[in-house]
Design a protein around this ligand. Structure first.
Ligand code: NAP
Length: 251
C-alpha cells in the first residue's frame, strides 16, 4: 500500500526538496505550507515526475488548522506514515529588541508548531502500530549559539528535547522520532539579507566548511528519507548533523 508523508513548510527550500525525494520514493506526498502558490507548484512538480501529491494550506501555529488538515488527509489515505516537521523561520532580533511577541512568534512556529502537527496524527499512527516522524532542528540548536537569533537557537534546541521525549514515549508503539540538524543550506532562509547570511555570506561559507561547499536542500531531503525508511528501523530519538563537516572541522 502506498505510504503517505505530510511535510510542513513544503512549498520551498528543504521542504520542497523533501517532497521531491519522497515522491520519487513512491510516497503520496501531502505538501503543506502558508504559501499556496509555491505549495501547488511543488505538487505539480511531484506529479510531473510520476508521483502523487496534494496541497493543504497549513499555518503550523494553528491547532485548528493542523487538526483539520490531518483529519482530511486521514479520511482519504488512512494513518499518516511519516510527518516531516520542517516549517521554520530564523528572524534576526538583537536582544534589546527581543520582545515577548518576537520570542513567542519564533517559538510558535519553530517549536510549538511541530507538536501541533504531530499530535493529531498520533492516534491513527498508534492504532496502526507504525510511523516515522522527522523534525528539522539546526546546528544552531545542537552546537552553536547564534547571536541576535536567541529565540531561534532556543527553539531549535527545544526541538531536540521534543524529539527525545516523543521518541521514548512512542517507542513501544512502533513510532520512531528522529531529527536533522542541518548546517548551511542554500535556501531562501539562508539567503535572506536581513535575517541570515545573505547571498555574499552564502558564497563565502564554503571557506569554513570542510567539504568545501555549502549544502543544497536535497542534501537534507535524502537524509530525511533515510530516517523515515526501513533502513533506520532501529533508530529513534536521534538528531543527525548534516553539515559538510562544519561542526567537527571548525576550531
Ligand atoms: P525556507 O526556504 O524559508 O522554507 C521554510 C518554509 O516554511 C517556507 O515555505 C516558509 O514560508 C514556511 N513557513 C514559515 N512560517 C510557517 C508557518 N507558520 N506555518 C507553515 N509554514 C511556515 O527555509 P529552509 O531553509 O528550507 O528551512 C527549512 C527548515 O530547516 C527550517 O525549520 C529551518 O529553520 C531549518 N534549517 C535551515 C537551515 C538553512 O541553512 N537553510 C539550516 C538549519 C536549519 P515563508 O517563506 O512565508 O516564511
Amino acid at each position: 500500500m502506498t505510504k503517505t508523508v505530510l511535510i510542513t513548510g513544503g512549498g520551498i527550500g528543504i521542504g520542497r526538496a523533501t517532497a521531491h525525494a519522497f515522491g520519487a520514493a513512491g510516497y503520496h506526498v501531502v505538501v503543506t505550507d502558508v504559501l499556496p502558490d509555491e505549495g501547488a507548484a511543488v505538487v505539480a512538480e511531484v506529479q510531473a515526475a510520476g508521483g502523487t501529491a496534494e496541497f493543504h494550506l497549513l499555518d503550523v501555529r494553528s491547532t485548528e488548522q493542523a487538526n483539520a488538515v490531518v483529519a482530511a488527509v486521514e479520511a482519504k489515505h488512512g494513518a499518516i506514515d511519516c510527518i516531516v516537521a520542517n516549517a521554520g523561520i530564523a528572524h534576526k532580533v538583537p536582544l534589546e529588541e527581543l520582545t515577548d511577541e518576537k520570542w513567542d512568534f519564533t517559538h510558535d512556529i519553530d517549536l510549538k508548531g511541530m507538536l501541533k502537527v504531530i499530535r493529531p496524527a498520533l492516534p491513527a499512527m498508534r492504532a496502526k502500530g507504525t510511523g516515522a516522524i522527522v523534525c528539522i532542528s539546526s546546528i544552531m540548536g545542537i552546537a552553536y549559539g547564534w547571536d541576535q537569533h536567541v529565540a531561534y537557537s532556543a527553539a531549535k534546541s527545544g526541538v531536540i528535547g521534543l524529539i527525545r521525549g516523543l521518541a521514548v514515549e512512542l517507542a513501544r508503539e512502533g513510532i520512531r522520532v528522529n531529527g536533522i540538524a542541518p548546517g548551511y543550506i542554500r535556501t531562501a532562509q539562508l539567503l535572506n539579507e536581513k535575517h541570515s547570511l545573505g547571498a555574499a555570506g552564502a558564497d563565502k561559507a564554503h571557506e569554513i566548511i570542510p567539504m568545501g561547499r555549502i549544502g543544497q536542500a536535497d542534501d537534507i531531503a535524502d537524509v530525511v528519507l533515510f530516517l523515515a525508511s526501513h533502513a533506520a528501523r532501529y533508530m529513534t530519538g536521534q538528531v543527525l548533523v548534516v553539515d559538510g563537516g562544519l561542526l567537527v572541522g571548525r576550531y
